[in-house]
Design a protein around this ligand. Structure first.
Ligand code: B1M
Length: 210
């Protein structure tokens, strides 16, 4: 099968086509990992590039992500069954006290499209819940989102809690969200900051060596 076709369906956001293509590929014995590596990841990489270069806007990315997610929903169970690994586990959530999730969802979807095993804890996530999830899934990356100046300090609280739980050297902690900046990330001892979803994927790739 031509994997370029699946990539193209993701790029243009053809979720019906992506679902049918993925099912056909699975029926013909193609592995879940090959579908992700050769179809979905190149497609989402291109979406990320277009978003970075202002050729795509948020709605375009969401439409592409929907196509990617439908395909992922078919391959994910097989990936787990066969024990085939993804590019690594990432935990993501919006910090405690904060209910904004549009940007965080976008980052999570893009990371999933890039081949990571994303554990999305949703909104209003306590430091304890973030760290429990990191530990349980041996996640190499923790991504925190905050949209309110009043909830940004929860990022620092979570980082301190990670140190106290002796997890700090086991997980890279990345932060993002509209009021967050590079300088803030440095000040609170985070390992990195990304201003948007595409650059969050670039950052995670660079840390995970991909
Ligand atoms: Co809220 N809100 N809101 N809100 N809201 C803001 C953030 C605000 C700036 C509006 C304003 O006053 N101009 C303001 C914050 C002011 C401040 O703190 N200085 C504000 C306020 C005050 C509030 C309430 C307190 C209002 C009230 O009740 N009085 C309340 C708080 C509730 C709470 O959280 N406890 C509240 C509620 C809400 C809604 C529920 C109505 C809704 C949220 C719906 C939802 O998320 N499901 C909402 C919305 C929609 C907004 C605005 C309009 C849009 C936010 C958004 O989704 N942007 C926002 C104003 C604005 O930003 N223009 C506002 C689009 C999204 C794609 O961008 O989230 O920045 P963003 O994500 C980007 C990047 O930042 C980055 O990648 C994403 C994609 O490129 N990124 C990451 C995000 N997370 C990342 C994590 C990473 C890396 C990158 O990890 C490594």
């Amino acid at each position: 099968m031509n994997f370029q076709e699946l990539s193209e369906m993701v790029i243009v956001g053809d979720h019906i086509g992506a679902e049918a293509w993925t099912q056909k590929a699975l029926d013909s014995g193609i592995s879940a990992k090959t579908i992700i590596d050769d179809g979905l990841i190149p497609g989402m990489d291109e979406v990320g590039r277009r978003f970075r270069e202002n050729e795509y806007y948020m709605p375009d990315v969401l439409i592409s992500a929907r196509a990617m997610k439908i395909s992922m929903a078919l391959v994910r169970p097989l990936l787990a069954e066969s024990g085939e690994s993804t590019r690594g586990a990432v935990v993501i959530g919006t910090v405690q006290g904060d209910l904004h999730d549009i940007g965080k969802n976008l980052v999570g979807m893009m990371l999933e499209g890039a081949g990571y095993d994303v554990h999305d804890l949703g909104v209003d996530v306590s430091p304890e819940d973030f760290l429990k999830c990191v530990e349980e899934n041996e996640a190499g990356i923790l991504c925190m989102s905050a949209l309110l100046t009043t909830t940004m300090p929860m990022m620092e609280t979570t980082i301190k809690a990670a140190s106290e739980a002796e997890l700090r050297n086991k997980v890279k902690i990345l932060v993002g969200g509209a009021p967050v900046s590079d300088a803030f990330a440095v000040r609170i001892g985070a390992d990195g900051y990304a201003p948007d979803a595409a650059r969050a994927v670039d950052l995670v790739n660079s840390i995970m060596g991909g």
